[in-house]
Design a protein around this ligand. Structure first.
Ligand code: HEC
Length: 373
């Protein structure tokens, strides 16, 4: 699609997406950067790592896990700071003499997205050369011990072999708020009603009705398509790292090769007064339009359309979206790749809202981290 075609679509959408702030040169300048800006956005923001707060295992599990570890893994591994090289018995074999003992403590666990991913590594490939030698139950206790060696504190509930539950225990995203619990709408605010403030001031509602529902089996937030509105984590943020997966339902009668889809839903912040859609003013928009996903709609923003073309998955599939705001700099990501960068002149905290603009959509894995000033 040509740039001018895309611009026309965006202009046409501006009425419907009343919130779009095409400041002078805003989106159009971002559109016009062209392919020579590939990799021209500067260093991606390193994912912030907070202190581990999550308690995933019990002390008793870690104690049993330590014994299993020494017996089954100590030939090749240490787990500093809890098991260091000098603590290994002299018979700690092959790797002690022929190789260095590979460390599994410290911060190693944090490179895995979740406890499931670290467990899978151990379950399917360790002990190296003979993964069947240790039972999954014993490996789970070893995992508890490794978590301890990685600074994750013990807690009241044991780790279990429930794979779905293990997937819900992040290792690389400590400290995030999880406003959507996958079961109900408790941590989220909702405003519905085209161009409305919520009642009693306006024609809108904060009642999700049948418009915004939860698919608890899939832990998904579901938007029916009408009436339009937005959802938001029910807490105000100034600096934040906001992450979620998003899917546009593919129209049932779309042709297989039809890649024109102009569904929309963007991220706006800081929103201080509820209104669908908040009036142009002291907040900025990260574009949610499928054809310009994650562009930062501020004057002078930069966009990497080549990378976006490569990483954005088609309508009907999930995309992982991320918007980071730190001290006036906004960066956006699709599926882990840096897409756009802009500046935010507004310093006040406010709600970070996700717009729902007329087409059925779904979200999952919603989490947000308050970043320090
Ligand atoms: C015979 C030696 C040996 C034994 C025994 C062994 N490992 Fe390993 N382990 C390795 C080697 C070599 C690697 C790295 C190469 C690879 O991927 O296989 C590794 C890698 C790993 C990793 C990935 C580390 C990373 O960088 O992310 C984990 C986790 C791990 N082992 C856990 C265990 C656990 C738990 C046990 C005991 C149940 C165990 N290993 C037993 C040799 C061993």
């Amino acid at each position: 699609m040509t740039v001018s075609h895309q611009r026309t679509i965006l202009a046409a959408c501006a009425v419907v997406c009343a919130a779009v702030v095409f400041g002078p040169g805003g989106a159009s300048r971002a559109q016009g950067l062209g392919p020579n800006t590939v990799n021209g956005l500067g260093d991606p923001v390193t994912p912030p790592v907070g202190e581990p707060v999550s308690q995933y295992y019990t002390e008793a599990q870690a104690t049993r896990g330590r014994a299993h570890f020494l017996r089954n893994c100590g030939v090749c591994h240490i787990a500093p700071p809890l098991i260091t090289k000098d603590m290994m018995p002299p018979e700690a074999g092959f790797y002690r003499t022929e190789h260095t003992l590979l460390p599994l403590g410290g911060t190693l666990a944090r490179k895995y997205p979740s406890v499931y991913h670290l467990f899978r590594r151990i379950r399917d490939t360790m002990p190296a050369g003979n993964p069947a030698a240790v039972s999954p139950a014993a490996k789970l206790e070893i995992l508890a011990f490794i978590l301890k060696a990685n600074g994750f504190p013990a807690g009241p509930s044991p780790l279990t072999l429930d794979i779905e539950a293990l997937k819900q225990k992040p290792l690389n995203e400590q400290g995030f708020d999880v406003p959507f619990n996958g079961k109900d709408l408790k941590g989220l605010g909702i405003v519905l009603g085209f161009m409305c403030k919520p009642a009693p001031a306006g024609c809108g509602t904060t009642n999700p009705g049948t418009t915004v529902t939860v698919n608890a089996a899939k832990r998904e937030l579901v938007f029916s398509g009408q009436p339009e509105g937005y959802w938001y984590p029910d807490k105000q943020y100034r600096n934040f790292d906001f992450r979620f997966d998003q899917l546009f339902e593919r129209p049932k009668d779309a042709d297989p090769d039809d890649d024109f889809f102009d569904g929309n839903g963007g991220v706006l912040f800081p929103v201080r007064e509820h209104f669908v859609f908040p009036p142009t003013g002291a907040r900025i928009e990260v574009q949610g339009h499928n054809l310009n996903l994650m562009a930062v709609l501020t004057p002078g923003s930069q966009l990497d359309p080549e990378t976006r073309r490569r990483v954005q998955r088609p309508v009907g599939q999930w995309n992982s979206l991320r918007v980071v705001h730190q001290n006036g700099v906004v960066t956006t990501y699709i599926n882990g790749s840096l897409i756009a960068k802009g500046t935010n002149p507004y310093k006040e905290p406010g709600y970070v809202i996700v717009q729902m603009e007329g087409v059925p959509m779904r979200w999952r894995n919603i989490r947000i981290l308050a970043l320090p000033d």
